[in-house]
Write a protein that binds this ligand. Structure first.
Ligand SMILES: Nc1nc2c(ncn2[C@@H]2O[C@H](COP(=O)(O)OP(=O)(O)OP(=O)(O)O)[C@@H](O)[C@H]2O)c(=O)[nH]1
Ligand SMILES: [Mg+2]
Length: 460
């Protein structure tokens, strides 16, 4: 890791300021070259206003602020230089090119964070939290990422790892010193401790359901026969005329995606082409896409027209979602009276008496029932959506490792109960410890790290 890396730390686009970041032992000398080779001997953590020159023509290209972070007191733990230029994409490209010509290498995605990890500036869970913070789509998701970035997850895991290690030490020493079995009292103590540990890990793992929802949100797909008001409902959800609405059946021919946020949960909403048999090539591709969007969705919203009798087409669509998580929405209730509404519900419930079909009534046109429907969609997935008071596991990798660690401990407990030799009980406990260590990175292999850091953005 001796070489010096460079990347743009801000997005490449027009902006007030654009930051080029260098990390590695030559950062300072590269920065000095950019400032026309003048003796640039900055005090660490102080901002210096300098002219930046083209290293070949010697022409000034910008006035920039340079800040030097001396190793090991920097983000990466190496010498770091941040050059805050004016945010012109052309200029930033020039400064980056100059750094490359001086001998820097373009940073890989997440390479700054990887170096920070290698130099002990943060652990793996904290580095992943920075990625999640940058990617956060909602305030709640950002809040969780900050908690993890500040070490809350690692701190929660530490006592669990300590307890596990205590149990391992006792079992190991029993192996070394005694020929006979562990004394009954001690065995009971260890069993208790391991039981508590497995339970604690399990409790943390269960927060993933809410954590995943806050981070990744929900995919909701609207389906229904032509003209039931899918695009109208789509627009009502978003509060804007995003999709085209007409009285002509088959108006929407392709999928339209948009996002909105309800109760801190990002919802990715898909309006689809109506599901109908068609000879039209374009429309049939649209229908095929609608089917795929249905299969991928966390929730399918099936629309029916409350002002018309439930048709054969409606029934067919309702049948096709039987195996998928779905709700039924009766639209256009502005066109009917309350008793007709009930009749429409009864028709559906009669048809599907064998399953629990949730039915909501709305008027997409007038906005009636829309907020209630939005809330019903998210609360179905997070009845107890965390209000941010508890720490949530948001990463599938972490969840998987927690579950594996808990399972290993539970099998070890079972072996202990069967009075299996300590040697065998210990295998599972060591595995559990290794899994927990992979969350914070102590026991993570090189290729796992490469895979994890490839999900980071360049410049981070
Ligand atoms: N009265 C009333 N009319 C509605 C309501 N929702 C939609 N409509 C009307 O129904 C017609 C079809 O609406 P769309 O939103 O285009 O229906 P769609 O399901 O997207 O139709 P396709 O894309 O053709 O499948 C339009 O004339 C809308 O104005 C509603 O809640 N009440
Ligand atoms: Mg439509």
């Amino acid at each position: 890791m001796a070489n010096t890396i460079v990347a743009l730390a801000t997005p490449l686009g027009r902006s007030g300021i654009g930051v080029v970041r260098l990390s590695g032992k030559d950062s300072l000398s590269f920065a000095a070259s950019l400032c026309d080779g003048r003796n640039f001997d900055p005090e660490p953590r102080r901002a210096y206003l300098r002219s930046i020159f083209d290293i070949e023509t010697g022409e000034p290209i910008d006035e920039a602020i340079l800040t030097y972070f001396k190793a090991p007191h920097s983000f990466t733990g190496e010498d770091v230089i941040e050059i805050s230029c004016h945010g012109s994409p052309v200029l930033l490209r020039q400064v980056l090119d100059a750094c490359l010509r001086l001998g820097a290498r373009m940073a890989e995605p997440g390479e700054f964070s990887l170096r920070a990890l290698a130099n002990g500036r943060m652990n793996l869970a904290e580095a992943e939290a920075i990625r999640d913070l940058i990617d956060a789509q909602t305030a709640a998701s950002a809040r969780q990422a900050v908690r993890q970035m500040r070490g809350e997850f690692s701190h929660t895991l530490q006592p669990i790892k300590d307890d596990l290690l205590d149990a391992i030490v006792v079992l190991e020493s029993a192996l070394e010193f005694v020929e006979d079995d562990l004394p009954e009292m001690q065995a009971a103590g260890i069993r208790q401790k391991l039981g508590d540990t497995a339970e604690n890990i399990g409790r943390i793992a269960t927060t993933f359901r809410a954590g995943k929802l806050i981070r990744d949100g929900l995919r909701v797909t609207l389906v229904g026969r032509p003209n039931v008001g899918k695009s109208s409902l789509f627009n009502a959800f978003l509060g804007s005329d995003r999709a085209i609405v007409t009285e002509i059946p088959g108006t929407t021919r392709d999928q339209i995606h948009e996002r909105f946020v309800v109760n801190d949960i990002p919802v990715s909403l898909i309006d689809t082409a109506c599901l109908r048999e068609t000879e039209d090539v374009v429309e049939s591709i649209g229908v095929e896409r609608s089917r795929m969007a249905m299969a991928d969705a966390d929730l399918v919203v099936v629309l029916i027209d409350a002002s018309e009798k439930v048709s054969k087409e409606d029934i067919e669509i309702l049948r096709s979602v039987e195996e998928l998580p779905h709700i039924v929405v009766a639209n256009k209730i502005d066109k009917i009276s309350g008793s007709d509404e009930n009749a429409c519900f009864e028709e559906i419930t009669a048809e599907f008496s064998n399953r629990q079909t949730e039915i909501a009534a709305v008027s997409a046109k007038q906005g009636t029932g829309i907020d209630r429907l939005k809330k019903a969609i998210v609360t179905r997935f997070a009845p107890d959506t965390d209000n941010g008071s508890g720490f949530l596991v948001t990463d599938a990798r972490h969840h998987d490792l927690l579950v594996r660690a808990r399972d290993e401990i539970e099998s070890s407990i079972a072996l202990l109960d069967q009075k299996t030799s300590e040697e065998i009980v210990l295998v599972g406990l060591h595995n559990a410890l290794r899994y927990l260590g992979q969350i914070t990175g102590e026991t993570t292999t090189e290729d796992m790290l490469t895979r994890i850091f490839s999900t980071f953005c360049i410049g981070k």
